[in-house]
Design a protein. Structure first.
Length: 246
């Protein structure tokens, strides 16, 4: 009876922790996307140096404030993991993956405006896995990663934004037409290929604000060292992104 009661208590903490952590993760991603949009707006509108300094100060203060809750949540997740894993190793692994996803949301780019590609790809693998778990592993999506990943760096929120669109607009319930994501790196050249069927009535943001921002950021950081090609009709979507990372 005592074990049953303790299991019920920890399950309660487990789901409360997941809910809080997921909410924080979504807020963090929105914050980083907003910062990316501000970066583009600053360069386009040629804001005065003083205004840039004030904006940086505001961002630094906001980021420092954001550090308070993350440390608390990470410590809480670690505590919950130790106890939940006693009853379910699978649930414990999910908690660890969610913690890694949250750490990515807090990762700040280096002086070059980039992060380690290996770090971003780990986040993508966890993101796909956790979405599969949310839908009882009923999503038909194939992800493959290959090549010389170590030591490569990339500007953040490019690949993951493109992959998020698959979950927003793609038809992932048809076993005969699975979504396919292929990421390969060879000699410092990254190639991302995505193919999937569309859900009825949904359209990818090929010409929307999200895709325009992606193209502007790629123009800014890679200039002529990238190509982004999209082919689509009412039923299918295909994307090919090439970037010379060196």
């Amino acid at each position: 009876m005592g074990d049953f009661f303790r299991e019920g208590v920890w399950r309660g903490f487990y789901f409360m922790g997941l809910g809080s952590a997921y909410g924080f993760f979504v807020s963090s991603i929105r914050y980083k996307n907003k910062i990316a949009e501000l970066e583009i707006g600053k360069l386009q509108n040629q804001i005065a140096l003083k205004e840039l300094e004030n904006e940086k100060l505001f961002s630094d203060i906001a980021f420092l404030k954001a550090q308070i809750n993350p440390h608390f949540i990470f410590n809480t997740l670690s505590l919950i993991h130790n106890d939940v894993a006693r009853f379910s190793e699978e649930a414990g692994e999910r908690l660890l993956m969610l913690s890694d996803v949250m750490r990515f949301a807090l990762e700040e780019p280096g002086a070059d405006g980039k992060i380690d590609l290996e770090f971003e790809l780990t986040y993508i693998e966890n993101y796909v896995f956790l979405n599969q778990e949310r839908f009882n592993k009923e999503l038909n999506i194939h992800l493959s990663v290959s090549g010389e990943i170590s030591g490569m760096r990339i500007i953040p929120l490019i690949i993951i934004t493109l992959i998020e669109n698959i979950f927003k607009y793609g038809e992932l319930r048809r076993k005969e037409d699975p979504a396919k994501i292929s990421i390969s790196v060879e000699n410092g050249e990254l190639l991302l290929m995505i193919t999937n069927k569309k859900r009825s009535g949904n359209h990818f943001e090929s010409f929307g604000i999200g895709m325009k921002n992606i193209r502007k950021r790629l123009d800014l950081h890679y200039m002529s060292n990238y190509t982004l090609e999209i082919e689509q009709d009412l039923e299918a979507y295909a994307l090919r992104l090439y970037i010379n990372l060196l």
